[in-house]
Design a binder for this molecule. Structure first.
Ligand SMILES: O=C(CO)COP(=O)(O)O
Length: 250
C-alpha cells in the first residue's frame, strides 16, 4: 500500500499564537483518531522550531529552503539549517515559488539535489496553467517539469520523493480539478515514473493533489485510484476543515 498523506501548506499566514494553536489542535486530533494517513504542516520558517517541539503525532515541514549549506545569502535559510532543527520534509517547486519568485527548473533541480543529500523527503510540486490545459499541453507540461528537475535522481534517491500535482488554475481559486481530471494527471505522472524508473517505484510513490481541496470535495478526490492524499492551502488554516479532510482516511 502506498503511503497516504494529508499536508497543509500554510503559505505566509497565521500569527505565532494561531500557529501554535493549530499545530496543537491537529496534533491532538491525530493522536486521538489515528487516521490512516501521515499528517504534515508546512509552516512558515519562524514557527518551525516551536512547532517541531510541540507536536508528537504530526510532522512539521518547511515550505522552502536554500540549496547552499551556508554563506553570503542574506535573508535565506539553508536546508542544512532546517535539517539541524529537525525538519524532515520540504516543499520544492510550488507554483508560487516558480511564478512569483521566478524559480527555474534548473534552480529547482539544485534544491532537489541539496534536499536529497540531506536525506529530506521532497514534496515536489508540479502543475499547469489554464492556457496550457486549454491547449491540450497539460500532461506534457507537468512531465517536462518532472524531467527537468527531479527525474535525474537515482532509484534509491527517488524513494524519498512525494509528487504534489497542483494545477495552477485551481490554487486559491475555488475551482477544483474534477476527480477525473486529477486522476488522469496522476496516472500520467505514475506512468512517467514507471518509464524513468520501474513499475515497483511507480506503484510505491505517493502522488497527492492540491488546488481548492476542501471538506466537500476531498473524499471524492482521495478515493480516485491514483490520488494518495492532498496538499491543502486555505482549508488547512481552519482546524475544523483540516480535521474533516484528514478524516477521509479513517
Ligand atoms: O497551493 C496549494 C497548496 O500548496 C493549494 O492552495 P488552496 O488549497 O488554497 O487552493
Amino acid at each position: 500500500m502506498r503511503k497516504k498523506i494529508v499536508a497543509g501548506n500554510w503559505k505566509m499566514n497565521l500569527t505565532s499564537e494561531e500557529a501554535l494553536k493549530l499545530n496543537t489542535a491537529i496534533d491532538t486530533f491525530v493522536a486521538k483518531n489515528e487516521p490512516k494517513c501521515e499528517v504534515i504542516h508546512f509552516s512558515p520558517y519562524i514557527y518551525l522550531n516551536e512547532g517541531i517541539n510541540s507536536v508528537e503525532s504530526i510532522a512539521i515541514g518547511a515550505q522552502n529552503g536554500y540549496p547552499e549549506k551556508n554563506g553570503a545569502f542574506t535573508g535565506e535559510i539553508s536546508m542544512y539549517q532546517l535539517k539541524e532543527i529537525g525538519v524532515r520534509n520540504i516543499l520544492i517547486g510550488h507554483s508560487e515559488r516558480r511564478q512569483i519568485f521566478k524559480e527555474t527548473d534548473a534552480f529547482l533541480k539544485s534544491k532537489v539535489d541539496a534536499a536529497t543529500n540531506l536525506d529530506l523527503t521532497i514534496f515536489f510540486c508540479c502543475g499547469e496553467t489554464i492556457s496550457q490545459r486549454e491547449n491540450g499541453k497539460h500532461v506534457a507540461t507537468v512531465i517536462t517539469q518532472l524531467e527537468n528537475s527531479i527525474f535525474h535522481l537515482s532509484e534509491e534517491q527517488f524513494k524519498n520523493v512525494v509528487i504534489a500535482y497542483e494545477p495552477i488554475w485551481a490554487i486559491g481559486t475555488g475551482k477544483t480539478a474534477s476527480p477525473a481530471q486529477a486522476n488522469e494527471m496522476h496516472q500520467a505522472i505514475r506512468a512517467a515514473i514507471q518509464k524513468n524508473y520501474n513499475a515497483e517505484i511507480a506503484k510505491k510513490t505517493s502522488i497527492i493533489y492540491g488546488g481548492s481541496c476542501k471538506p466537500t470535495n476531498a473524499s471524492e478526490l482521495f478515493h480516485q485510484s491514483d490520488i494518495d492524499g492532498g496538499l491543502i492551502g486555505g482549508a488547512s488554516l481552519k482546524s475544523e476543515d483540516f480535521m474533516s479532510i484528514i478524516s477521509t482516511y479513517k
